[in-house]
Ligand binder design. Structure first.
Ligand code: UDP
Ligand code: MG
Length: 244
């Protein structure tokens, strides 16, 4: 690995995505090369049971921009994302799913928006018959509505983890399991500016979603109450005067 820091760190949590990894690496390279910015692709294997890790090692062996690490066992999407963010060396971090539901061709829009904001969140644009099925779209919308209501938030699509932010934002937040859904709120609590951009939402290229209605809607409810509490208890002060 070279000592030079890249501009962009793409951070990908990976759980049983063996058929998606090679196409992801190709799609990322094709999308970024015309942009003329340096990048690294950081893949964290969240204890996959399929051949993901072998493929990740082969990809890393062929391209030094691809960096891979592996958990001993499955610890969840937030943990895998956080491990990638901590390993990231770029000026900007982009979190992107492994299954190509997020389109790397949207990356220039993220970079543009980062010129005026600290954090940029993708909002999935629903195209009829494309992307996700009715149950997933509906449960995701309900979860988003409840989340916004209870945490007095106005994120259009908190379930979309296609996001970009300045590197330093990560150092300020402490993540817990399930918190990947609340990252924009956690960033706002630290005073960072957040904007949203529309992004394409493709169907999953291969494999299956790791979430059902249960863990999308109900499991995150506890997390929501914790975030609501944290928001109400944010320390908010300015030193007016100081001597010595
Ligand atoms: N993922 C992970 N660990 C898990 C569950 C998911 O690393 O325990 C990864 C998964 O491989 C994918 C991303 O998180 O890259 C989002 O998962 P998925 O596509 O299943 O979620 P959906 O798009 O259906 O909401
Ligand atoms: Mg997906």
């Amino acid at each position: 690995m070279s000592d030079e820091r890249p501009v962009l760190s793409l951070v990908v949590p990976v759980y049983n995505e063996e058929d998606n990894l090679q196409p992801l690496a190709v799609a990322v390279r094709k999308a970024i090369e015309p942009m003329d910015v340096s990048y690294e692709l950081i893949l964290t294997d969240d204890g996959s049971k399929d051949g993901s890790w072998e493929i990740m090692k082969a990809l890393a062996a062929r391209d030094s921009r691809i960096r891979v690490q592996k958990f001993a066992c499955n610890r969840g999407e937030t943990a895998a994302s956080e491990a990638g963010m901590r390993a990231a060396r770029g000026r900007y971090i982009v979190t992107i799913d492994a299954d190509l539901q997020n389109d790397p061709n949207d990356l220039p829009k993220f970079l543009d928006a980062l010129q005026t904001h600290d954090v940029v969140c993708g909002t999935r644009v629903a195209v009829r018959g494309q992307g996700d099925n009715f149950i997933k779209v509906t449960s995701s919308r309900i979860a988003n509505w409840v989340r916004n209501k209870l945490s007095e938030e106005n994120i259009s699509d908190a379930g979309c983890t296609y996001r970009a932010f300045k590197r330093e934002c990560v150092d300020k937040v402490k993540l817990y399991r399930g918190m990947h859904r609340f990252l924009p709120t956690l960033f706002k609590m630290e005073g960072y500016t957040v904007t949203e951009i529309p992004v394409t939402n493709n169907p999953r290229l291969a494999g299956e979603s790791k979430y059902g209605v249960w863990n999308r809607l109900f499991k995150s409810f506890h997390d929501l109450l914790a975030v609501r509490w944290m928001k109400k208890r944010v320390l908010d002060y300015k030193i007016a005067e100081r001597v010595n």
